[in-house]
Design a protein around this ligand. Structure first.
Ligand SMILES: [Zn+2]
Length: 293
């Protein structure tokens, strides 16, 4: 039955000239669907609730990549642990790195936190810069534009369709972002700590200062010695929030909150990462709506 279904889908795609797009993360899939609508079948290669740094490269994902016209990745090495083996095994030359069907979104972003040097003492640091730029909604329109141009390049017959959908996306999101900017003005100048430097782009956009991380080094679990230091920092800097993701244990965050009076904010990091975030809109609404209420 599965085989028949797969064959039918393949046949329909050939017949209607639909593009097959693979998106590394749900937010990429949602932007792509907004622009491509019925002109593409979009497969999401990971789940929003997963740790984006450590997606398991399941062999079942290879089947999708094998028939793919376009693979869109976050880039800045966020997928370094899982996309390369899948790509290699797909045997699909159209979507290999450097090919027309490989789109690395990070190349169109101005990356923050680029380390001046990288060595082993720094933990699992993001060597090319912080890859979590999608957590700032101000980057959404640019991302949609890049995706729209790539779809037009691969499927030029529908160029005006993609252009019109991008224009609609831009108008909608510029209005939404104006609303977010208004809502966040009361947050300007506050200080926070975060588990991992996941929210730096968002914090920078809204003038919020992050003064410590719960992980002592990137990718290293909290230690009791470091936790004591963070509690001291929170008390001396008047930190308001401890930003916690959904995929690390919140035990340390809760412990620190109990000792310091700062409040734990469990935040989504992608579409579908927690309840009520199943769309691009509800994801950013939840993220922005968590602050300064
Ligand atoms: Zn990271």
């Amino acid at each position: 039955m599965k085989k028949i279904l797969l064959l039918t889908t393949l046949f329909a795609n050939l017949l209607w000239g639909k593009l097959h797009v693979d998106a590394a993360y749900p937010y990429i899939a949602e932007i792509t669907k907004s622009i491509a609508r019925d002109k593409a079948d979009v497969t999401t290669l990971s789940k929003g609730s997963w740790d984006p740094h450590f997606v398991v490269p399941k062999p079942s994902l290879i089947a999708s990549l094998r028939q793919s016209d376009l693979l869109i990745v976050n880039g800045a090495s966020l997928e370094i642990g899982w996309i390369p083996p899948l790509l290699k095994n797909s045997g699909n030359s159209r979507i290999q790195q450097g090919a027309e069907g490989y789109l690395d979104l990070s190349r169109y972003m101005k990356l923050r936190d680029i380390p001046s040097r990288v060595d082993r003492s720094m933990g699992d640091v993001h060597a090319e810069g912080n890859p979590h730029y999608a957590l700032d909604p101000h980057n959404l329109v640019k991302l949609a534009q890049v995706i729209s141009l790539k779809l037009s390049q691969l499927d030029s017959a529908n160029k005006s369709f993609y252009k019109a959908n991008f224009a609609a996306f831009k108008a909608k999101w510029e209005a939404k972002i104006r609303g977010y900017d208004r809502a966040m003005t009361s947050c300007r100048g506050i200080t926070v700590v975060q588990y991992h430097e996941l929210y730096n782009y968002l914090l920078h956009a809204y003038g919020i200062r992050s003064v410590a991380n719960l992980e002592p080094l990137p990718g290293v679990a909290p230690t009791s010695r470091h936790t004591v230091e963070v509690i001291g920092t929170i008390k001396s800097k008047g930190v308001r929030y401890i930003l916690q993701d959904v995929y690390h244990s919140d035990k340390t965050a809760k412990f620190i909150a109990g000792k310091s009076g700062a409040k734990v904010l469990t935040l989504p990091h992608d579409v579908g990462s927690m309840g009520g975030t199943s769309s691009l809109e509800s994801f950013y609404d939840t993220l922005i709506g968590s602050f300064c209420r």
